[in-house]
Design a protein around this ligand. Structure first.
Ligand SMILES: NC(=O)c1ccc[n+]([C@@H]2O[C@H](COP(=O)([O-])OP(=O)(O)OC[C@H]3O[C@@H](n4cnc5c(N)ncnc54)[C@H](OP(=O)(O)O)[C@@H]3O)[C@@H](O)[C@H]2O)c1
Length: 363
C-alpha cells in the first residue's frame, strides 16, 4: 500500500516536495490498527504556525518523514478503508488531526461510541487533542459544507472561545478596548465575534494589513479597523488589552510604546507574520505572555464538569455559524500540485482572508 505524502524542509519551509511511503495493506495490518484514506483537510496560517513550532511543540513527531523533512499536521476527515479493530468497521468516518498525505495507519485505542485515540508511541509526546479522533459518520454537523466549516474553523474557534472566556473571567482586565492583530485571521474574527456579541461596553479594535482592511470592516464584528501603519493613531486614553495573532515583534513594540501603561494585558496567541524576534527587555505596559489553551481547558473542565466546555462551545458555535456563511468561501483543491500551490500561497500570505481551503492529496 502506497501513501503520497507532502513534506516540507524543517529549516526552510519554502522547500517542499511529494514523497511516496509504503504502508501495510489490508492483509498485513497489525492487530487493532486501522488503514485510513485521508479524505479532505483544512489548510490555514495555523498550519504554518504548526510548522514554525514543529520542533518546540513536537508537531513533527506526529507523522514521521524523511530526515530533515516534516509532515505538517492538518485538521480534517478520514475514512477507514481497512480495519483490524473489532469495534471499528470499514467505511467509518473520522474527524481529527491527519498528515498531509493520502493515507495513514492508526493504532486504535480507547475506542468508544464517540471516538478513538491513536496510541502509536511516536505520537504520545504531544497534547492529547492531536491524537483524538471523533467518529462523525452519523453526525450531520460534520457532513458536506458544514463539515468543511468545522474542519476549517472548529480548532481555531476553540481558541477564540477560550480567550474570550479568559478575558471575561478577568473582567477584561478593566479594559475599555480590546485590540486584535491579524484581525482578518479566522481565529481573530472568531474572537472578535464573541467579544462584540457578549462584552458590552468594550470596543473591539482590529489591526490588519491595508489590503485586508475592507474585508475586516465588512465582517461587522469590529468597532474600529486600523491598518498597521495607523497604530500611532489609536486612542491612548483608554485602558486596553492586546490579543496578538500576528506575533510581529516590531508591531507589538510600537503598540506597547504607544499605549504605555494603558496597556493592561498583552496576550500572545499566534504568529501569522512568522516572526521569531523576541521583545526588547524594557517594553512599556503589561509584559507580553503566551496564552496556553490547555491550562484554561483544564481549569474549566474542573469547574464546569463533564461536557461543560463542549456545551458552551457548541452554543457559541451556533451564534458564530451565520457569520461564517456570510464571510467564508470554501475553496476545494485536489492533488499534490494544488496542495503545493495552496501551501506556498499560505506561507507567503497570498490567500485572501475570505477563502477557506479544503484540500486532498488524492487527485
Ligand atoms: N495558541 C493557540 O492555541 C492557537 C490556536 C489557534 C490559532 N492560533 C494562531 O492564530 C493565528 C491565526 O491562524 P488562522 O488559521 O486563524 O489564520 P488565517 O485565517 O489563515 O489568517 C490569515 C491572515 O493572517 C495574516 N497572514 C497570514 N500569512 C501571512 C504572511 N505570510 N505574512 C503576513 N501576514 C500573514 C493575514 O492577516 P493580516 O493582514 O490581518 O495580518 C491573513 O489574512 C496562527 O498563528 C495560529 O497558529 C493559535
Amino acid at each position: 500500500m502506497r501513501s503520497i505524502d507532502f513534506v516540507v524542509a524543517r529549516n526552510d519551509l519554502q522547500h517542499c516536495k511529494t514523497v511516496e511511503t509504503t504502508l501495510p495493506g489490508a492483509d498485513a495490518l497489525p492487530a487493532e490498527t486501522l488503514l485510513i484514506k485521508v479524505d479532505r483537510f483544512a489548510f490555514t496560517a495555523n498550519n504554518i504556525t504548526y510548522a514554525l513550532l514543529g520542533d518546540q511543540l513536537k508537531y513533527w513527531q506526529l507523522f514521521p518523514a524523511p530526515a530533515g523533512f516534516g509532515i505538517i499536521p492538518v485538521w480534517g476527515f478520514g475514512e477507514v478503508i481497512a480495519s483490524k479493530h473489532p469495534l471499528v468497521g470499514e467505511g467509518e468516518r473520522l474527524f481529527g488531526t491527519f498528515p498531509m498525505a493520502t493515507h495513514l495507519v492508526i493504532e486504535a485505542s480507547d475506542v468508544s461510541q464517540r471516538g478513538l485515540r491513536d496510541a502509536a508511541p511516536h505520537r504520545q509526546g504531544v497534547a492529547a487533542v492531536y491524537n483524538a479522533y471523533a467518529r462523525v459518520g452519523s453526525d450531520d454537523a460534520f457532513a458536506g459544507h458544514r463539515g468543511d466549516q468545522q474542519a476549517l474553523l472548529r480548532p481555531l474557534f476553540m481558541l477564540s472561545f477560550l480567550v474570550d472566556d479568559y478575558l471575561a473571567e478577568n473582567d477584561v482586565f478593566g479594559a475599555a478596548a480590546i485590540i486584535l492583530s491579524s484581525a482578518s485571521s479566522k481565529t481573530a474574527f472568531g474572537l472578535a465575534h464573541l467579544l462584540h456579541a457578549q462584552r458590552d461596553g468594550v470596543r473591539v479594535i482590529g489591526l490588519t494589513s491595508p489590503a485586508n482592511a475592507a474585508f475586516v470592516r465588512a465582517l461587522g464584528c469590529y468597532d474600529e479597523v486600523v491598518s498597521y501603519d495607523g497604530i500611532e493613531l489609536l486612542d491612548t486614553a483608554s485602558p486596553s488589552v492586546f490579543v496578538d495573532m500576528a506575533g510581529n515583534a516590531e508591531l507589538r513594540a510600537r503598540l506597547h510604546r504607544h499605549l504605555g501603561d494603558h496597556l493592561k494585558q498583552s496576550i500572545r496567541v499566534g504568529m501569522t507574520h512568522q516572526d521569531s524576534e523576541s521583545d526588547p527587555a524594557s517594553l512599556p505596559g503589561a509584559k507580553p505572555v503566551w496564552f496556553f489553551a490547555p491550562d484554561q481547558i483544564r481549569k474549566r473542565a474542573k469547574e464546569w464538569g463533564p461536557g461543560g466546555i463542549e456545551s458552551r462551545l457548541g452554543a457559541a458555535w451556533q451564534g458564530f455559524a451565520p457569520m461564517l456563511e456570510r464571510s467564508l468561501t470554501i475553496v476545494e483543491g485536489r492533488g499534490p500540485d494544488v496542495v503545493q500551490r495552496v501551501y506556498l500561497d499560505t506561507l507567503s500570505g497570498r490567500i485572501p482572508p475570505e477563502q477557506g481551503h479544503m484540500l486532498s492529496m488524492t487527485d
